[in-house]
Design a protein around this ligand. Sequence first.
Ligand SMILES: O=C(O)CCC(=O)C(=O)O
Length: 324
Amino acid sequence: MGLSQAETTQFENQGYLVKTGLLSKAALHPLIRALSGIVDEGARRLHDEGKLPSPYAGEGFETRLAHIYKESEEAGEAVLAMIMGRGGGQFNGESMLDLLRNADLVDCVSDLIGPDIVGASAYRIRPKLPGHTRTEVPWHQDSGYFLPHCDRHLIVTCWIPLVDTTVENGCLHVIPGVHKGGVFRHYTGGHGGYLEIPGDELPENQPIPLEMKRGDVLFMTNLTPHASFVNHTGIVRWSIDLRYQSMDAPNNSEEDPETYTPERDPVTMACYPSEADFVIRDSNHPEREVTTPEAFRELRDRYHEAKPYNPGRGWTRLKDRKEA
Ligand SMILES: O=C(O)CCC(=O)C(=O)O
């Protein structure tokens, strides 16, 4: 299907695009089933250990983790850690790779960055629990997390809700039309431990809340400011965010994590060296594509265990900020 000319123009001008109904139920279901399986495993274990009075087995994907957290914050946090560990990219099962390689999704990405595509290392799973303030994500641009020599490259974030999202349950908000102005100053130690652009340093353009249905996909640039706020409903606002870049942008897809050391010149590094990038499409060398769950898991685990050096960007701590 891909994107129409009008859609790519909207993306280029506004820095974001919501493509409605892109992903079918069948495309999302295996990941939802796998995530439900992790919640089930955690709930049963905590119940067996006497840490949860009920495993809430009768509850569905949207409500089970919310019930667990409401019953016991400690149990809820334990299940969250099973899903969001390793900075959010812990789950590296087959259904994640299948979604990362989903042809409808990647065709749209290809219309934005070209035919040869690398999956950018940081993908995240985000169960935003009712009333859980730590999973509010403050204003930032994804480039705030990437090394500065990558600022001129387009790295596309695909934000994919796994339930319908609304202002009430903590949908994503974006600031449109400011992605051509470079990277704003970010600070470390923001809300929830995330990077943060403080309110008085944000551009003046009005933020837009993006209410989306399951199946819709938001495409945004690495320079599009975005944030999400507290979930005031009783369901879990599940979403994932995946990232893609052109093969021409710096990446570590063919590199050894051990080559990432403090002695190495940062401008030779991948944009986000902490995790493994992986080839999604290579028109000249399709054999380089990561297509099997075994290869995907092995690559992600190898990087995780090696803990490659990431020099970061040296942002100031929020508490040391001097008012402008
Ligand atoms: O899903 C959210 O609440 C935040 C997502 C986000 O910050 C991102 O995709 O970079």
